[in-house]
Design a protein around this ligand. Sequence first.
Ligand code: SF4
Ligand code: SF4
Length: 69
Amino acid sequence: MPNKSIIINYDHCNFKQCIDGVCRAKSACEKKVLKQEAPFEPPYVNTGLCLGCNKCIAECPSKAIEKTR
Ligand code: SF4
Ligand code: SF4
């Protein structure tokens, strides 16, 4: 099991802040850990390949991405 990952705090996620409803955190992740079925759909954690690089955390304007450890 990978030991680094992130979770999305849906209480904070507000994709109206993201241009065209595209999750900025998802776009920042080179490992495609985050997925979104379509713009204005909520993003979700798709894989456990997270590097722990924090790029998604830095990119989210709503501070909705949190580390699990
Ligand atoms: S970047 Fe943050 S606020 Fe925007 S859709 Fe992704 S998780 Fe939600
Ligand atoms: S911490 Fe890095 S690898 Fe992990 S989900 Fe965020 S951008 Fe992707």
